[in-house]
Design a protein. Structure first.
Length: 204
């Protein structure tokens, strides 16, 4: 069984206070699950900042933080994560697909932000312009479908077999407030949804 935890008490990613409250929410989730978590970030900078913020506090709770940016290979990090009793693994784009940790070693997948492609990418800008030139809407035709596909891949890190169970946490409140939020939710696997951390604790 799966539970989707979608926050509604954290500011949007572009607003002040997001980083601090997002880090606090993560730490709270890690304590509820005693680690066993994979966090999928959309940027290396956010990963490093979050790791710096949470590592010391989690160490006091006996939870080890493995971090993609520490220079270890993905294979080694995944092996260390599987072997550790209470651990979390922080990764960026290469971890959104192809990561397979079956069973209880992975019980929580956290997605920090909806995985929209950065606007500054020249290839993205060019493709968006082509859609505009023919009178289309780049967000609806390209940006949103690509984000939904990436999100599905991220969610798939948790639910690999029929017996897998766990929580998917999305720490981006835009899913509740923007017009495209319902489309994103409709694209995700059917599961119970909550906005209450108490339900996550009860699940475990």
């Amino acid at each position: 069984s799966t539970l989707f935890y979608i926050v509604d008490d954290i500011p949007e990613p572009s607003e002040p206070g997001y980083q601090q409250l997002m880090s606090q929410a993560m730490a709270e989730l890690f304590r509820a699950t005693e680690g066993r978590a994979l966090v999928l970030f959309t940027s290396h900078a956010q990963l490093r900042q979050t790791s710096n913020t949470i590592s010391t506090a989690l160490a006091r709770d006996g939870i080890t933080v493995f971090n993609q940016s520490d220079g270890s290979s993905r294979t080694q990090l995944l092996e260390d994560f599987r072997q550790a009793e209470k651990a979390v693994l922080l990764g960026t784009r290469s971890y959104w697909e192809g990561v397979d940790v079956p069973g209880e070693a992975l019980s929580l997948v956290i997605i920090d932000k909806l995985p929209f492609t950065p606007h500054r990418d020249p290839v993205v800008q060019y493709r968006q312009q082509l859609i505009r030139d023919r009178g289309g809407n780049p967000f609806d035709e390209m940006t949103l479908p690509e984000a939904i596909l990436a999100l599905k891949q991220g969610v798939g890190r948790l639910i690999r077999t029929e017996t897998d169970r766990g929580v998917i946490a999305i720490l981006d409140s835009r899913i509740n407030t923007k017009r495209y939020g319902q489309k994103i939710i409709a694209s995700l696997p059917r599961a119970r949804r909550t906005r209450r951390i108490q339900d996550v604790r009860a699940f475990f």
